[in-house]
Design a protein around this ligand. Structure first.
Ligand SMILES: [Zn+2]
Length: 98
């Protein structure tokens, strides 16, 4: 699926708002293994990792930049012509949770 189409039909993985009116296509890396084929961070940047990614809207992107990040609820999967939202369950870590 091309990214324009994703943006057209998608919703933000944080706030659930449609992303079609956004000026940017914002994808962020998640601390979660992707159990699906696409997209993974490895598809985009580095084949050695398979981190899931989230699509976020412009207002939520602004919040990340302002150091006031919204809660990420979902990771996104592109499955044929559909988008599938998976619950975001971060990997277990030590003190840097949150
Ligand atoms: Zn949002």
């Amino acid at each position: 699926m091309d990214l324009d189409r994703v943006k057209e039909i998608g919703v933000c993985c944080c706030c659930g708002q449609p992303t079609k009116q956004d000026r940017h296509f914002n994808m962020i890396q998640l601390d979660m293994d992707a159990a699906w084929e696409f997209p993974r961070l490895g598809n985009v940047f580095d084949s050695s990792v398979n981190n899931a990614v989230a699509m976020i809207c412009d207002p939520c992107g602004d919040r990340f930049e302002a150091n006031d990040p919204p809660t990420i609820l979902y990771a996104i999967e592109f499955l044929g012509e559909q988008l599938v939202y998976h619950d975001y369950i971060p990997r277990a870590h030590g003190a840097d949770q949150g």
